[in-house]
Design a protein around this ligand. Structure first.
Ligand code: CUA
Length: 166
């Protein structure tokens, strides 16, 4: 088969463009850790309890299947509400076994907050009126601090929690 000179040029150009495109996407997705949009669902910020995920009894950690968990959280100035334990005390630490898949679902009652589990890929912006979700596999054992990484007011630095992977 004989290829015309210009056919070769355009074929090479096309292939090169494809390779460059894939490299850029790969760089953004795997090296920079860019996620798809995680806050497409909306909610009434003045009545978050009306949503099933944010009813007081549904907050915090729930095992949904073997090795699969969900964590529902309500953020507000300046607290993460992970529900209460058996003694009605606020939960501050979420404990899951290593290798488990955890779906974090969070919303805000007031202003924009952040929800970052430092040392993992979990890092979301939490906007009032929106529901943010992110599912992560907890690959490494350890204690990971949950921090608010959006400045939300005077008590911004007091917003924290902990995820313990055992
Ligand atoms: Cu909430 Cu900063």
């Amino acid at each position: 088969m004989h290829l015309h000179k210009y056919e070769k040029v355009w074929l090479t150009f096309g292939m090169a463009s494809l390779v460059i495109f894939l490299l850029i996407i790969g760089f953004a997705a795997f090296w920079k850790g860019t996620h798809p949009q995680s806050h497409l669902e909306t909610i009434d910020q003045n009545n978050v309890e009306a949503h099933d995920s944010f009813k007081p009894e549904n907050l915090g950690l729930t095992e949904v299947a073997d090795g699969k968990y969900k964590v529902n959280i309500v953020a507000s100035a300046f607290n993460y509400d992970f529900g209460v334990d058996k003694d009605e005390k606020p939960v501050k630490t979420i404990r899951v076994p290593q290798g488990s898949t955890v779906l974090f679902t969070i919303t805000s009652k007031d202003v924009v907050h952040g929800f970052q589990v430092a040392g993992t890929n979990v890092n979301m912006m939490v906007e009032p009126g929106h529901i943010s979700r992110y599912e992560a596999v907890m690959k490494n054992k350890g204690e990971f601090t949950v921090v608010c990484n959006e400045y939300c007011g005077i008590g911004h630095h007091q917003m924290f929690g902990k995820v313990e992977v055992y």
